[in-house]
Design a protein around this ligand. Sequence first.
Ligand SMILES: [Zn+2]
Length: 562
Amino acid sequence: MHLSLYRKFRPDSFEKIVRQEHIVRVLKNQIEGGSVGHAYLFCGPRGTGKTSVARIFARAINCESPKDGSPCGKCPTCLALQKGNLDISEIDAASNNGVNEMRDLREKVQYPPVTGKYKVYIVDEVHMLTDSAFNALLKTLEEPPAHAVFILATTEPHKIPATILSRCMRLDFKLIPEEDLERHLETVLQEIGKPYEKEAVSAIARAGAGSDRDMLSIAEMCIAYGDKLTYENVNAVLGAADFSETCDLCEALLGADMPSMLERAETILAEGKAVAVLLRDLLEMLNRIAIAKTCRNAEKLLSLPQHAFLRVKQAAEAADGRAILRATEILSVAETDLRLVSSPRIRLETALMRIAMPAADGSPDALRVRLDLLEKKLKEGSISAGETPEKREKAPIEQRSAGSEKAEPSAPQEDAPPIPEEPPEEFFSPFESAEKKEISAPEVKKNDPSPSASPRGQMTAEYAYGMFIKLLRKSAQNIVLRVLCSELSAAFEGDTFVLTTESPTVFHSLERAEHRETMGSFLAQIGIEKFEVRLNAPKPPDGGSPVDELRRDFPDYPIEIK
Ligand SMILES: [Zn+2]
């Protein structure tokens, strides 16, 4: 009988579990300390090892002489359990909604185990149980016999009733990082004696998207495709079609070449590619371009075949770093929106067009025009600071359609009260133009040789920033963060290390908790405990007036042009 790779290589000891060390450690400790609980809830994405861990755990707690927490596989109990045994039952809540199973279980759980110490019930996809099945399960969980252990597994823990949750020890399985998947796939391929290209392995691991099971099923399809597992074969199987087509489209996008961009998108969609797939391909390609643009060891990180890498590199050289970030951000939003809109195609095309019109928010001149107009409207009282962004967005559109890209700010407002020659300086600061630089907060450009006088002994902001970037580069996991941090200005204010960006996109990305945490840990390594990320200017001094509020809202403003 043909056995799927996943089943053939299903781990039978804790050592063979890919990643999830945090869970394995807890369970092993319980086995070794003899403190096995009555109910566990294994949460996590599909294919991350929940059922495998549950089975190993079920056998290990029954084993007469577990080896380092794993079942020995040799003692009478292990042998009996390997043959299938009433002491370990698996219930799939997805295939039956479980009322009868749960009632049945309630009865049978009372009988002592046949061979080992424990009776173990593994309930897969437990969130699929009906309310009455949950109730039956709850009654058992409330008064479990001493020999009963329940392992509930789910991909959707939020659907589990609180009454059940509160009786379980919850363990969260994590998505498996690509490098671990790669390593595992290589082991499998070596074991079955299949020759392979490293790039093919990387592509399959990437397609596995954190799931060992998914990766192995994809690998199985690809293996059947030819004698050797090649990158070409993998692409053929995954339908990850035209690498160069996608790359061309990205290039047109980043180069703001609207006609070419629309034509290429049209061609790809006409070939039958789904909008969601194209979006994902584009995001992946932009990510490659970003890596090729910023990382010295990009070739190794990307693990593409030579010709594909050269193509990406070429696109990266032609593109502007900020344009890549901006495009990525806009497409990510579109991807999230996709399942909410009635016409995904229009959503995609809108996003593409928005990316290909960077002039609207790229040039300081255009920005100044829009700011002037907004400030004037604010003075007139025709908008208030509390107004919706949609409404405010209309301003720049009107302005642009007036055809005044380079614009005299006052042109479309002749009948309005006069506006000051120079608006208050801080009004410009979020998107300050070159000649405004000198009035911004004291800061040291990263390539400015003059060291800033820092109260932190000998460490200048420039030095600290350099060290920080160096640490970031060393860690292969933080590619995105590295790109985000590559063009910051650094300064010390007292003990606080202040990193400043001119890009609202970068600013908002850096504000995210996961990035802040990573930045904090790297900065701590160079002895900096306090840091702040700012959008170009110091915080508004009072923050009270509508102008200030509006200004605080501005960071979003230039990216959201329709
Ligand atoms: Zn044993």
